[in-house]
Write a protein that binds this ligand. Structure first.
Ligand code: FES
Length: 163
């Protein structure tokens, strides 16, 4: 997609008021998320209907930004920050079990957190579960890297992205 396309899409959604129009939660009464962790330490991050199949969203849990995705009726959670330049992966395009970073197109395998663009740059993963029609995020199951930087994967140079 590239960062300019991403920004254009976000601005268009804001202007047209369609940013949340496709969210089914508007068709149903809204239940508040539980505010306390459950006995196993899972935190409720969304209603099941808030995250449509083959999409993701950025949520907050355990003091972190986490990207949660629904793929084939399962929910997955990974670190939200792209290991290239920290773009929100929860805003990326989901293609099968992969997410494409919205800024410069690095690709990640959602179930494992592996970075397919640069295998030295995985993101971490978290436990998830569905209970009482909520999506819950639990403990970290793998660590990502703290490394950042590297080549873009969308054909543009750093100076072109800075403009
Ligand atoms: S910030 Fe994700 S590819 Fe650049």
């Amino acid at each position: 997609m590239g960062i300019r396309s991403f920004i254009r899409r976000k601005v268009a959604e804001k202007i047209s008021g369609t940013a949340d129009a496709s969210n089914p939660v508007h068709d149903a009464p809204v239940r508040p998320l539980p505010t306390a962790p459950d006995p196993e330490g899972f935190v409720a991050v969304a209603r099941v209907n808030d995250i449509r199949p083959n999409t993701g969203r950025t949520v907050s849990a355990h003091g972190l930004s986490i990207a949660v995705f629904q793929i084939e009726q399962r929910f997955y959670a990974i670190d939200d920050a792209c290991t290239h330049e920290d773009a929100p992966l929860g805003e990326g395009d989901v293609r099968g079990t992969r997410v494409v970073c919205p800024y410069h197109d690095w690709v990640y395998d959602i179930p494992t957190g592996a970075c397919l663009t640069d295998p030295t740059r995985p993101v971490g993963c978290f436990e998830t579960k569905v209970d009482d029609d909520f999506v819950w995020v639990g403990k970290r199951t793998s660590d990502g890297t703290s490394l950042r930087g590297g080549d873009h994967a969308d054909g543009l140079t750093t100076s072109e992205h800075a403009s």
